[in-house]
Design a binder for this molecule. Structure first.
Ligand code: HEC
Length: 399
């Protein structure tokens, strides 16, 4: 059994060394990008890049059924294209999903498919990007979320979904409701676009004053979804008017009760704005391959990390720290290295408080989160590189 595991590991290392580092090219267009959707002609003849989204396994959910449904999740391969003009940038993502799950306003246990595009508010230091799972203290992100919602009656015609009639209250409205529903169907809004500024899971603040200037749409095509986002190149929250920008994508699978951190996630990916200069340093950081020896790193990790972390799905879940079973999929080399050298630089914000009530992932010191993970900066730098190389191999295969 042990021998088999080593062989798999070796194959994994080779595969990741061969995988081309993906850079998404945003091409400059003359089209108006204010209200782009997945049917817009701007996507015609544009090149789509393959991206891989990994199951986010950081937090053990407090939901037995959802955990069972997601126990053996594989990675998802999606396709992304990007375009920009003088004031806007737009993205289209296509991802496979065999079932169409839609948000229903009245049901709390029904989850929908959806996607999000995430931007780093600050990326001038490419080795200190925000935490990939919705930012972290002092390193905010902007997130645009879209999922298909059931049509809800919206009386003002302004997409103001706060004023709605719950069509499930048939006991209150009786047959009249059926007639009413038909006549208002034309007025219904299926839109669920939300934008947030976030410094970590559970600290999301919705931008409601329209100052984010974004537009997002989603639609189900054959066996998968197509979603678009267009937004200002520059606003109060981010400045994307640069040669290279870091962007991350997430998708949720409603059929697997996906919501919040139960999702599929890319690492920070490099989007290159064709024709604009600068950004080589960021590009290098986002496409960096590990330098160390993963086989050596595996031994070091077994001796130093397994008391707190689950490293592969064969290990028993160990909730003293986040599960690292997919960390190689959604973390960059620099992020993993920083986690080891300075655990408190980014403190993974959310965890299952019920799992180890006596053992928190962080303590509050003078209002700042301080990680309970020991600092490994005492390790020889070669060994740090080896551990980083091993952690980069920890990721699910593509479905
Ligand atoms: C005493 C328990 C403990 C040990 C031992 C430990 N860690 Fe951690 N680790 C944590 C905790 C708690 C967190 C979450 C708080 C934070 O972000 O620092 C964490 C976070 C991390 C993260 C960030 C995870 C994410 O999802 O972003 C990485 C990477 C990591 N540890 C790697 C390691 C490696 C590699 C080792 C061994 C060399 C190790 N840890 C040893 C407790 C530990």
């Amino acid at each position: 059994m042990k021998k088999l595991a080593t062989t798999f590991l070796a194959a994994g290392i080779m595969a990741s060394a061969l995988a081309a580092s993906s850079v998404i090219l945003a091409v400059e267009v003359d089209d108006n990008l204010d209200k782009v959707n997945y049917k817009s002609s701007v996507w015609k003849n544009k090149q789509f890049s393959k991206i891989t989204l990994y199951p986010q396994t950081t937090i053990e959910f407090n939901d037995k059924k959802a955990n069972e449904l997601n126990a053996d999740n594989k990675a998802i391969e999606a396709e992304v294209a990007a375009v920009y003009n003088g004031s806007k940038i737009a993205f289209m993502i296509k991802w496979p999903d065999g079932t169409k799950n839609i948000q229903k306003g009245y049901a709390t246990d029904v989850y929908s498919d959806g996607f999000a595009v995430q931007f780093a508010s600050e990326y001038s230091n490419p080795t200190k990007l925000p935490y990939i799972g919705m930012g972290s203290e002092g390193r905010p992100v902007v997130i645009h979320l879209q999922k298909e919602a059931m049509g809800i009656f919206e009386p003002n015609g302004e997409g103001d979904v706060a004023h709605q009639v719950n069509p499930n209250q048939t006991d209150l409205f009786g047959k009249d409701l059926a007639k009413f529903k038909k006549s208002v169907k034309k007025l219904a809004s299926n839109d669920y676009e939300r934008s947030f500024v976030s410094e970590g899971f559970r600290s999301m603040t919705e931008i409601k004053d329209g100052s984010n200037d974004s537009y997002s749409r989603i639609g189900y095509a054959t066996k998968g979804w197509e979603g678009t986002l267009s937004r200002a190149l520059k606003d109060d929250y981010v400045n994307l008017d640069a040669g290279v920008i870091p962007v991350a994508f997430a998708v949720w699978d409603g059929a697997k009760m996906g919501r919040n951190g139960l999702k599929y996630l890319t690492p920070w990916l490099a989007v290159e704005l064709d024709g604009k200069s600068s950004g080589e340093e960021l590009l290098k950081a986002l496409t960096k391959e590990p330098e160390g020896d993963a086989a050596k790193g595996k031994e070091i990790a077994a001796a130093n990390c397994t008391s707190c972390h689950q490293l592969t799905s064969n290990d028993a879940a160990n909730l003293m720290g986040p599960s690292l079973t997919n960390i190689g999929g959604y973390a960059t080399v620099d992020y993993i290295k920083e986690s080891l050298m300075k655990p408190s630089a980014v403190v993974v914000p959310g965890y299952n408080r019920n799992a180890h009530s006596n053992y928190a992932w962080y303590n509050l010191e003078n209002g700042k989160r301080v990680s309970t993970m020991p600092d490994f900066s005492w390790m020889e730098s070669g060994d740090i590189d080896n551990v980083v190389a091993y952690l980069k191999t920890l990721k699910a295969e593509v479905e």
